[in-house]
Design a protein around this ligand. Structure first.
Ligand code: 5GP
Ligand code: ZN
Length: 114
């Protein structure tokens, strides 16, 4: 998607601070961090929302989860803990319509789920 900012980050047209990368996934520091650790984990291929994952034929969900484990270890929050969030569509507060998982940690996160 040529007008998608996360696709531009994947292509290298917009810079990012990379945290983790493999053949399917890129993870980078969020530009407006909400916690000491705030990493955005995305599939390299354009998928707009969680609802657009093809559950039957896609490895994206498991690839995102495996990447979250790697990011948690790289950011050294795997023991004290962290939170992963996927916002979906308007009520979920999704702003960038390229599927992404937030990984937040480095402080005690509040109990509210919103
Ligand atoms: P959403 O609200 O869609 O779940 O989250 C989008 C996230 O992407 C936000 O936390 C926002 O700060 C982050 N973001 C938006 N544009 C950029 C960018 O150009 N670079 C980086 N690193 N993060 C971005
Ligand atoms: Zn995209």
């Amino acid at each position: 998607m040529s007008d998608c900012i996360f696709c531009k980050i994947v292509k290298g047209d917009i810079p990012c601070t990379k945290v983790y990368e493999d053949e399917a996934i890129l993870a980078f520091e969020d530009i407006h961090p909400l916690a000491p650790v705030h990493v955005v984990i995305i599939p390299k291929t354009h998928v707009a929302t969680l609802m657009d994952i093809d559950a039957a034929g896609s490895d994206i969900a498991s690839q995102l989860m495996a990447a979250a484990q790697n990011v948690a270890k790289l950011k050294k929050v795997e023991k004290q803990g962290f939170r992963t969030v996927i916002n979906c569509n308007a009520d979920g507060g999704q702003v960038v319509f390229h599927l992404h998982m937030h990984l937040l940690g480095g402080r005690k996160l509040d109990d509210s789920m919103g």
